[in-house]
Design a binder for this molecule. Structure first.
Ligand code: FES
Length: 156
């Protein structure tokens, strides 16, 4: 099997040809989530292509649909569960922060300073930047984004 070299957050990693980036991340302890179970329906496995996009498979229809709906405000976003690596020279950046898994967690953090940037797991939206105070508005933002996301995908 052909081995491919790629860079993830400035770390050189080797992967087999035509495996998903999700498998590559898991095999190399790259922190990533897969809230929808790898169906291309959330933003919890997103990453950013900095260079070498031609060495990745093209976005699937499902991936394009999901990315259109997310609020990831950085170019080059892709979904790791939908993307396979097929060549050398890919340079990847990971989201800086942590995905908020529940509104209950965020509720408990209200009034505290965020230790890391808090990211909505379904939309990729930044809810609270690192070092900023977690306000009730972040909780409302999270609920609103979750509802919109669920409504959109129940239509499909
Ligand atoms: S795990 Fe949900 S889109 Fe990849």
């Amino acid at each position: 099997m052909t081995t491919i070299t790629l860079s993830i957050d400035n770390k050189q990693i080797e992967a087999d040809h035509n495996v998903t980036l999700l498998s590559v991340f898991k095999a190399n302890d790259v922190l990533i989530d897969q809230i929808c179970g790898g169906q291309g329906m959330c933003a919890s496995c997103h990453f950013f292509v900095i260079d070498g996009s031609d060495s990745l498979t093209a976005p699937t229809q499902q991936e394009q649909m999901t990315l259109q709906f997310t609020k990831i405000d950085r170019p080059g976003a892709r979904l790791a569960c939908q993307t396979r690596i097929v060549g050398n020279g890919v340079v990847i950046g990971m989201p800086q922060g942590t995905f908020v898994k529940s509104t209950e967690y965020l509720e408990q953090e209200i009034g505290k300073k965020a230790q890391q940037t808090l990211i909505h797991p379904m939309t990729g939206e930044i809810l609270v930047e690192a070092g900023k105070l977690v306000m009730r508005s972040a909780l409302e933002k999270m609920k609103e984004a979750s509802n919109k996301f669920a409504a959109n995908f129940s239509k499909n």
